[in-house]
Ligand binder design. Structure first.
Ligand SMILES: Cc1cc2nc3c(=O)[nH]c(=O)nc-3n(C[C@H](O)[C@H](O)[C@H](O)COP(=O)(O)OP(=O)(O)OC[C@H]3O[C@@H](n4cnc5c(N)ncnc54)[C@H](O)[C@@H]3O)c2cc1C
Length: 496
């Protein structure tokens, strides 16, 4: 018989997983935190800009909401965005209470940065552009020192355990089974599926496949944000992100002729497309980011990283081009991070609350990890204890949600190949069309096929999803989400 290992299993130790685990532990729960990779394998570690929260004297949650809705291109689930903007300030205060030291101005007030699409300065950061690193270090130290949290490092979850219509735990790569009242996926995004990416190599959407195989719905996989300013350089540093905050401090973009071609602080989908078009127009592999007027002391990490890559941003233009950056889709959830499979929750970039719509507002994603992480912990701790069930470790291929035995859902995807990554970049890049997406339906990698199916179902252009064959917004898709589940074709749904 399998006995419950803890009250809560959290899969992933980025910002979302660490904060969910700590939130549950502070409520007295016993938590098992499983992480496949060392800390730097989490996207959270690399986050540069910071977290968006309406805490400035000239700001309000309503204004933050208005910006989120406007940038999201009529696809934002307003109820989720409302939760985010209302609870963001508490999340910042709680992180500070946990020991994260946010940057302050000369008067000791939070130093607030400006990023594209924000009508106010509202990005809090730590150590300039080292925000992710600082937060992850602090939260990891807290988690390791909390006796209620058991940390399993370098352990990969390879399957969820569906049992009588609910998720009762996980199976690890070494065959060990863990059960709990609730399981929270915090496995991060999928932008590293594309060849040109700002993400660390592990961000390939493994958690999405775990959830899908167990029977949970995925949503909006076609909505992948491309960041406009990723370094163009040799392998190893190609794709290095140059944070939007540098444009907030005056950096400009110029084309091959040295001309400005876009409002640098317009929303990301607009700037990324303008860069893409400027490159096509001039047959260039990059555009220039001119940071020469920006105070380098504001972005020491960015300046150091660029110098290491052989570019001196104080003297020369930085060659940049778009790269796959953020998966707005993910495992479909409600406002408490519940997925469509009972007992299974999803938070952070692997989730899709609908709050980012078709174009994430910069720096809303880290905030989302904390706001919805706290909600996930609260809701998950009300789940009933899992039944003690018979173990059937060899049943990897025979998933069943109706028998009395816990059988892991089959999930082992084939290894991700360079060919699949290049195919995604070519056929599901900044501009897509029906024939290219249809080609992807026969790709060996299951997540590539699911992304293609979702992109084909959204027969319009909106935000980050631009189709050559459907160049206009189709109002029939306003506030609609493309969902995919194992047992039916893609559906288009309205969420409250
Ligand atoms: C370069 C860069 C800069 C960014 N800057 C900002 C910013 O300034 N502001 C902002 O809001 N957002 C930013 N983002 C986006 C933001 O960082 C991410 O959306 C967010 O950090 C995601 O956090 P997460 O906890 O959901 O996932 P991650 O931080 O990616 O963590 C995922 C975790 O899951 C683990 N994992 C995955 N699969 C398994 C498995 N099968 N078994 C066990 N463990 C598993 C991984 O090891 C990892 O620990 C940036 C992203 C990048 C790449």
């Amino acid at each position: 018989m399998i006995e419950p290992s803890s009250q809560l299993i959290v899969v992933g130790a980025g910002a979302a997983g660490l904060y969910t685990a700590l939130s549950a532990a502070r409520r007295g729960a016993r938590v098992t935190l499983v992480s496949a990779m060392p800390l730097a394998g989490a996207s959270s570690y690399w986050a540069q800009g910071g977290l968006a929260a309406a805490i400035g004297p000239d700001d309000s949650p309503d204004q933050h909401l208005a910006d989120t809705l406007a940038v999201g291109r009529d696809a934002v689930r307003e109820s989720a965005a409302r939760v985010l903007v209302d609870e963001a300030a508490n999340a910042v205060a709680d992180l500070a209470a946990l020991g994260v030291s946010f940057d302050a101005d000369a008067d000791g007030q939070p130093a607030l940065a400006l990023e594209g699409g924000h009508g106010r300065r509202r990005i809090v950061h730590a150590g300039g552009a080292a925000t992710g690193r600082r937060i992850i270090r602090q939260l990891s130290a807290e988690a390791v020192n909390d006796p209620r949290i058991e940390v399993l490092e370098d352990r990969r979850v390879t399957a969820l355990l569906p049992h009588e219509g609910r998720c009762i735990g996980v199976r690890l790569a070494d065959g060990e089974t863990l059960t709990a009242a609730a399981t929270v996926l915090a496995t991060g995004g999928a932008a590293a599926l594309w060849t040109r990416t700002t993400n660390p190599p592990g961000a390939t959407g493994g958690g999405l496949l775990l959830a899908y195989a167990a029977g949970a719905a995925l949503a909006d996989l076609e909505l992948l944000q491309f960041h406009p300013t990723a370094l163009v350089a040799s392998d190893g540093v190609d794709g290095l992100l140059v944070t939007e905050a540098v444009r907030g401090e005056g950096a400009i973009l110029v084309d091959a002729a040295g001309e400005r071609f876009v409002d640098e602080l317009a929303p990301r989908d607009h700037v990324a497309r303008a860069v893409h078009e400027a490159m096509a127009r001039t047959d260039a592999a990059s555009v220039g980011l001119d940071m020469r007027r920006v105070d380098p002391a504001l972005f020491p990490n960015v300046v150091t990283a660029l110098r290491r890559a052989g570019i001196d941003p104080e003297r020369e233009l930085v060659p940049v081009a778009p790269a796959a950056h953020y998966m707005m889709g993910g495992v479909a959830t409600d406002l408490d991070a519940r997925t469509t499979l009972a007992g299974l929750y999803a938070v952070g970039e692997c989730s899709c609350t609908g709050l980012h719509g078709a174009n994430r507002l910069a720096s809303n994603s880290l905030t989302e990890c904390f706001v919805f992480g706290a909600r996930a912990a609260r809701a998950a701790l009300t789940e009933p204890a899992p039944p003690a069930v018979a173990s059937k470790p060899s049943a990897v291929a025979a998933a069943s949600s109706t028998t009395s035995e816990a059988s892991p859902a089959p999930t082992r995807p084939p290894a991700l190949t360079t060919a699949s990554r290049e195919a995604l970049w070519r056929d599901a890049g900044l501009v897509r069309d029906g024939p290219g997406l249809t080609r992807l339906l026969s790709d060996p990698h299951p997540l590539v096929r699911l992304i293609a199916a979702a992109a084909l179902a959204r027969s319009e252009s909106r935000g980050a999803h631009q189709r050559r064959d459907f160049p206009e917004v189709n109002p029939a898709f306003d506030h609609r989400h493309v969902t995919l589940t194992r047992d039916r074709p893609a559906a288009v749904e309205a969420w409250r």
